[in-house]
Design a protein around this ligand. Structure first.
Ligand SMILES: *Cc1c(COP(=O)(O)O)cnc(C)c1O
Length: 415
């Protein structure tokens, strides 16, 4: 069959050898998948999920028992007091925007302790001019960079002692940077540290791409509020859109009032028929994350063997599902992305090209042959066209098609 996809015997053989080498890593991934599957099932059973919750509301969306049950299930999985899981969030960026505008007031300060935040947040914060940014409302922004892929504890302490900070933002996944993603152990350590210096500051975690990669999620280790997208890990490829915010009850209430209207808050929000997809996606999510991780591990191993710099290494502990491959040249990055597209179930005959995407500074190439537009829990690969020309690959609803995508991309790259 691989021959029918135009993949050479040399690459198929390299893959077979690589799969042998990563067996023990796959076994660990299976074990985490089993644990998280049970975590999800327990939340479904404890909250008595039944067919009635697949129902739907329209209009204002009052008394949507499916939506309310979904939010209880999310709260249990995250060990959070409350949650907002809504299709009215257009994206992860939108949920992060709602959270920031909900918690911050004129004169307040937002502090990022993981360096420059994800590209799409630059205009939200006002790092890049925008007439509707937080900055335009006189919300201050401060940033502490990571040092050697870890937190700068000294600077964090100094900053918290010199002036009031309202919200600390911690972005776990690397975004389009070449730093490492923040592991759950690092997150736990820094939250403990922050709490010793400042009991009140709101600790907000951008958890995109990190859900179900480990057995522990951020609220359990002291985060106040956690934000992520449903067209990434937790949607399991079935949620058609949406995002979530989970955490402290008072903060979720503020976020609800900001998302809809003061006075209406969490009580409104029609689900328009998507409750079943959100629940079923969550049910699949541990397994989908496991397939994504295996796809990433295989790619890391094979591309390392072929002489490329990969991060993480195949046997390294992971914080998220993102695999980066440094190509050092724009043509190679573009070829690899085009190969990923060719291996996809949808739009396999489209050829992605770099373009100026809204919210991003550099041209970006994005390969995604996905059932859901922009879904990056489905196998996808993208990268800004800037040195050192790094591909950011993630996703894979099943390991088998993830593997085909990687093999096809390597084939195109090597040709
Ligand atoms: C994907 C992502 C976002 C934004 O999500 P969108 O749904 O694409 O808007 C924010 N932060 C990180 C780290 C991400 O990976």
């Amino acid at each position: 069959m691989y021959k029918q996809f135009g993949i050479s015997k040399k690459i198929v053989d390299l893959c077979a050898k690589s799969e042998k080498d990563v067996e023990s890593v796959f076994k660990e991934i299976d074990e985490i998948c089993e644990y998280n599957t049970l975590k999800v099932l327990k939340a479904f059973q404890d909250n008595h999920i039944s067919e009635i919750h697949f129902g739907s509301t329209t209009g204002y969306g009052y008394s949507d028992i499916g939506r309310e049950a979904i939010e209880k299930v999310y709260s249990q999985i995250f060990k959070a007091e409350d949650s907002l899981v809504r299709s009215q969030f257009i994206s992860g960026t939108h949920a992060l925007t709602v959270a920031l505008f909900a918690f911050l007031r004129p004169g307040d300060t937002l502090l990022s302790i993981t360096g420059l935040p994800y590209d799409t947040l630059h205009e939200v914060i006002g790092i890049r001019e925008n007439a509707s940014s937080l900055k335009s409302y006189n919300v201050n922004y401060d940033q502490i960079d990571l040092v050697n892929d870890d937190f700068d504890y000294e600077k964090i302490q100094k900053r918290l002692q010199t002036g009031k900070v309202k919200v600390i933002e911690i972005q776990r996944s690397k975004g389009y940077s070449t730093r490492k993603s923040i592991k759950i152990e690092q997150l736990e350590k820094v939250i403990k540290y922050i709490r010793e210096v400042d009991k009140e500051v709101i600790i907000m975690v951008d958890n995109c791409y990190c859900e179900f990669v480990t057995k522990v999620e951020p609220i359990e280790i002291g985060a106040d509020v956690v934000v992520g997208s449903l067209i990434k890990n937790l949607g399991g490829g079935l949620a058609p859109n949406g995002a979530y915010i989970v955490g402290r009850k008072d903060l979720i209430e503020l976020a609800g009032e900001r998302l809809t209207a003061p006075g209406e808050g969490k009580e409104v929000g029609p689900t328009l028929g998507i409750n079943k997809s959100i629940l079923q996606g969550l049910f699949f999510a541990p397994n989908v994350v496991s397939s994504s991780l295996k796809t990433a591990v295989l790619a890391s191993k094979m591309l390392e063997t072929l002489g490329y710099k990969t991060e993480p290494k195949y046997d390294e502990k992971r914080a998220d599902i993102v695999q980066t491959i440094e190509f050092g040249a724009p043509e190679k990055l573009i070829k690899y992305c085009q190969g990923i597209q060719m291996g996809s179930p949808i739009e396999s005959s489209s050829v992605p090209e770099p373009w100026d995407m809204p919210g991003y500074t550099d041209k970006v190439i994005m390969a995604a042959g996905a059932f859901t537009q922009g879904s990056s829990i489905e196998l996808s690969c993208d990268g800004p066209i800037r040195p050192p020309y790094v591909a950011f690959m993630q996703g894979g609803l099943t390991y088998e098609y993830g593997k085909l995508g990687v093999l096809k991309a390597i084939q195109i790259l090597e040709e």
